[in-house]
Ligand binder design. Structure first.
Ligand code: 5AD
Ligand code: SF4
Length: 368
């Protein structure tokens, strides 16, 4: 009886795999499944990952260069009202030195991430990007939050290849409740600007925030698919004690994995990381993410004394203390599950097209 009960969901998984499409109700059913059905969902995502993007796992060196933030997101430990937090900024020279070390350790992508910190003006950051691009054939990804289209353009012209900006939720009203000082529409407009400028664009959501229903998460999946992204990063909510959501329960690991699996089935060619937040919830979180659709890992390469101050949420598990140790641990993880570390930059499948049409896009145009 139990197997029969799950049967229509199994058919749904097969259909989703072939069509890469599902309704909100169907996705809600998959997000809330368990037992053998959940196992089948994760397995299908793993198979689609293998068929569509292969065995290779892309490693990105994550460099958290500043924990200053002008914003006050309800869930985040870097929010400006967390006044007890010691704040740091790496100097432009230090950022470049650290990125250079990552390149020499074998990384082909450096992700520069920070809170929204305007101390790093666009021209200042553009210098950093230019210097990193001289270190070798390396892609630079920025994850620095909302800026003007003009600033994004300056950074793109300096050589930045990719940009990560999570929408956090597909619901404008839910977004407003969590973000007192920004709005959903202008964030979406940022993504449109980035796409127009020829960046490879990444976005994502948080899974399991208090007040978020399964139906909202199904909407998030459809929304992320509609954005036609190059990269999609999602992770479970983890409460931080210095935020208004301190007492809320964490998002579940299993729910996050089912979300990840649905994402792979909907966005079959996307670059999807097994995120740090997954790793924070369980010792085998990263591995399980890689086996439920993910094909990217972002080892933290921030110098250790800054790293512990970059606390978006507590309980983060580092792959290794030094940049080289982290890389070695990531390589070991990848080979332990019979996968391979990619040697190329791991650009989006549409990167060639983006650079070909970039001049036209820079002159203005539509998001797609
Ligand atoms: N739990 C989970 N994810 C979080 N982020 C920030 N705070 C938390 C938290 N408490 C995520 C946001 C942000 C990314 C850098 O980290 O999605 O975009
Ligand atoms: Fe700042 Fe990003 Fe944290 Fe929001 S999520 S407070 S923008 S660092």
């Amino acid at each position: 009886m139990a197997a029969r009960h799950g049967e229509w969901r199994w058919e749904l998984i097969d259909a989703l795999r072939v069509r890469a499409a599902a309704s909100r109700e169907e996705l809600a059913a998959l997000l809330s499944c368990d037992g053998e059905t959940a196992t089948a969902l994760l397995r299908a995502a793993d198979e689609v990952r293998a068929e569509r993007v292969g065995k290779e796992v892309h490693l990105r060196a994550l460099l958290e260069f500043s924990n200053h933030c002008r914003r006050n997101c309800g869930y985040c430990g870097l929010r400006r009202e967390h006044r007890a937090l010691r704040r740091y900024r790496m100097s432009p020279d230090d950022i470049v030195a650290c990125a250079g070390e990552a390149v020499r350790a074998g990384y082909r992508t450096v992700v520069l991430q920070s809170g929204e910190d305007l101390w790093y003006s666009a021209p200042r950051l553009a210098e950093v990007v230019r210097a990193i691009k001289q270190e070798g054939d390396v892609a630079v990804t920025l994850s620095i939050g909302e800026r003007t289209a003009e600033e994004y353009r300056l950074l793109r012209e300096a050589g930045a290849d990719r940009f990560l900006l999570r929408m956090e939720t597909s619901s404008p009203s839910f977004y407003r409740a969590l973000h007192p000082d920004s709005d959903w529409e202008s964030r979406l407009e940022c993504l449109r600007s980035l796409r127009r400028l020829g960046y490879q664009v990444g976005s994502g959501v948080i899974i399991g925030l208090p007040g978020q229903t399964i139906e909202m998460l199904a909407d998030d999946l459809l929304f992320l698919q509609s954005l036609d992204l190059d990269m999609i990063g999602v992770g479970p909510f983890i409460p931080h004690p210095a935020t208004p959501l301190a007492d809320a329960p964490a998002g579940g690991l299993e729910l996050a994995l089912r979300f990840l699996a649905c994402l792979r089935l909907l966005c079959q060619q996307a670059l999807i990381p097994a995120t740090t937040a997954l790793g924070a919830l369980a010792p085998d979180g990263l591995r399980r993410g890689l086996q439920a659709g993910a094909n990217v890992v972002m080892p933290d390469c921030t110098p250790a004394y800054y790293r512990r101050l970059y606390e978006l949420y507590p309980g983060r598990r580092d792959l290794g203390e030094s940049l080289r140790q982290a890389r070695a641990a990531a390589e070991e993880l990848v080979s332990s599950i019979d996968r391979r570390v990619a040697r190329d930059r791991g650009d989006s499948w549409r990167a060639g097209m983006l650079s070909a049409v970039r001049p036209a896009l820079l002159a203005g145009g539509d998001m797609r």
